[in-house]
Design a protein. Structure first.
Length: 188
């Protein structure tokens, strides 16, 4: 099983404050408002809720994955890997070497999933034994540049608006329409 660490990364917005204010019919959505920080929190909560529904990343994130071997590290299964930023291994002497970038690629498995795949003729090198960091991969996952499908954006706007509408009545996690919009992105 791989060990996964979040790396620092500033993600582009998948839903902007102005888009949410338009959804909520603010008179002038571009004007600063006293509730802007609360609305931004609703956006973050809506994204986290959606990510839990679809079992995958929406906002662009960077991860460092380590494993005892290639299979271990490559079992990392975030739905949309958009780039492999670094791919190294430790040889039996403990030296860290790079996997040549021309020996692997991102294979599109479905409309919503990519997988790191080695070229057919690439022979996997020998690795340091009993080392959780024998293989290290750094990847970017989620929707690149905040560019999400339109029906996903609608679901996020609906969820954020619902959170605002129900702020006085206690916890409310959304309605079935949000789940319906997100269903096609769900990873089982």
């Amino acid at each position: 099983m791989p060990f996964v660490t979040n790396l620092p990364h500033v993600s582009p917005d998948v839903v902007t404050l102005v888009e949410l204010k338009r959804q909520m019919r603010f008179d002038n959505p571009k004007e600063p408002d006293i509730e802007d920080s609360l609305l931004k929190s609703y956006i973050k909560a809506a994204v986290l809720h959606a990510e839990s529904i679809i079992n995958s990343e929406i906002t662009e994130k960077k991860f460092k994955i380590t494993g005892f071997n290639f299979d271990d590290a490559l079992s990392f299964d975030k739905q949309i890997v958009t780039s492999v930023d670094n791919f190294t291994y430790k040889d039996p002497s403990g030296s860290t070497l790079s996997v040549p970038t021309n020996q692997y690629y991102l294979k599109q498995v479905s409309q919503y999933e990519n997988k790191i795949t080695f070229k057919e003729n690439y022979e996997l090198p020998e690795l340091a034994e009993d080392d959780q960091q024998a293989v290290t991969i750094e990847v970017t996952a989620g929707y690149a540049n905040g560019d999400i499908p339109e029906n996903m954006k609608i679901a996020l706007l609906m969820q954020a608006t619902t959170l605002d509408s129900n702020r006085e009545s206690g916890p409310y996690y959304g309605h079935n329409s949000v789940k319906d919009y997100l269903q096609i992105f769900k990873r089982y």
